[in-house]
Design a binder for this molecule. Structure first.
Ligand code: Q9C
Ligand code: ZN
Length: 342
């Protein structure tokens, strides 16, 4: 299958993140994309092509105009205060505080449009995020035009980003933007299967009240893992979306054997729903050696994951999400894609 990738995605190069009470070296780094790209090439998965530019329209179908304007103007406003290092939010409009009126100060806006303090913004962050969204859209368009599958090598990732907030290393929700674009270009039903180790809170919240986009997520139990505040088993959608969200939270230490049962269950939902397209939010952070995760996948298990997904027989768009064991990331990612093609 073809891979879509743009070098512009490397321009988001965070130095640090706030984690475990410390300013630590960032883990969502450009090297992630570089090693996946090198492995795609060395294992001859298929041609690597540049994304097309789809402009602002498909982004605005998912994200609010004020959030997009905030992201677009952020670095200029941040540096206008005399600051030059990457930015972190530190105050949020939580219970008892007001979202409206919106603050004027950039520190207030940072809190208004974010969910955590672990996601730095730098000078080229939004340019990279837009390139990743275009990568996802190009993959979706290829499959819409008849390819059996395509791989959007997206970075930064997207599934934690909501309608009007960033977080979890995500700024634009690549999977949601692609799903909405497919709906706007003839598809009746789109399914998103999120196999990232972390719950895809952003994607879930965007489609929570809709039946035209099915959201299924397999992930570490939010009682003990980020994002902590969404992804429980009883979240199944609301209003018209009731029954069109499903969650499989699993305990820390989960290995492929236990995971496979949940995956089979999710696959049964997919076969009942009969989507026109399947989007896979492809996190590789279930890997046993991932530095921030607690599942126990071995590299071979990713091949099995790809093979299982191929059995669905659906036109499939793979979009990369997380995965931080950089040395093994290329192997694990291409294992999924080769497993799918075999
Ligand atoms: N001490 C994705 O995989 N916090 N995002 C980690 C570790 C955030 C992960 C803290 C994890 C976000 C796309
Ligand atoms: Zn993740």
């Amino acid at each position: 299958m073809k891979t879509i990738f743009s070098q512009n995605q490397l321009k988001h190069a965070p130095e640090h993140e706030i984690s475990d009470g410390q300013l630590k070296p960032a883990v969502e780094i450009p090297e992630r994309a570089e090693i996946v790209l090198r492995t795609v090439q060395s294992r001859e998965l298929g041609e690597v092509v540049e994304p097309k530019d789809f402009g602002e329209r498909p982004l605005a179908r998912v994200h609010s105009p004020d959030y997009l304007a905030f992201m677009e103007s952020f670095w200029e406003r941040w540096t206008a205060t005399g600051r030059s290092s990457e930015a972190f939010p530190f105050v949020w409009p939580i219970r008892s505080l007001r979202e409206d009126p919106a603050p004027d100060h950039i520190d207030g806006l940072l809190g208004r449009y974010s969910m955590d303090a672990g996601t730095p913004i730098g000078p080229h962050t939004f340019e990279a995020a837009k390139a990743a969204a275009n990568t996802a859209l190009t993959a979706a368009e290829m499959v819409q035009q008849g390819e059996r599958a395509a791989f959007g090598l997206c970075r930064p990732p997207g599934h934690h980003a909501g309608h009007d907030f960033f977080g979890g290393y995500c700024f634009l929700n690549n999977a949601a933007i692609s799903a909405q674009w497919l709906r706007d270009h003839g598809a009746d039903r789109v399914a998103i299967l999120d196999v990232d180790y972390h719950h895809g809170n952003g994607t879930q919240s965007i489609f929570y009240d809709r039946s035209d986009v099915l959201f299924l997520s397999l992930h570490a139990d939010p009682k003990v893992e980020y994002p902590y505040f969404l992804g429980h088993e009883d979240e199944a959608g609301e209003n018209a979306g009731k029954g069109y969200t499903r969650n499989w939270p699993m305990p820390l230490g989960t290995n492929w054997r236990a995971y496979e049962e949940a995956l089979d269950d999710a696959c049964r939902w997919l076969l009942v729903y009969k989507p026109d397209y399947l989007i896979v939010s492809l996190g590789l952070d279930c890997f046993e050696k991932d530095p921030i995760s607690g599942f126990k996948f071995e590299s071979d298990d990713f091949t099995k994951l790809g093979r299982r997904l191929a059995l669905l027989g659906l036109p499939t768009i793979f979009l990369m999400e997380g995965g931080y064991a950089v040395d093994a990331l290329g192997t694990n990612c291409v294992n999924v894609l080769e497993g799918f093609e075999r």
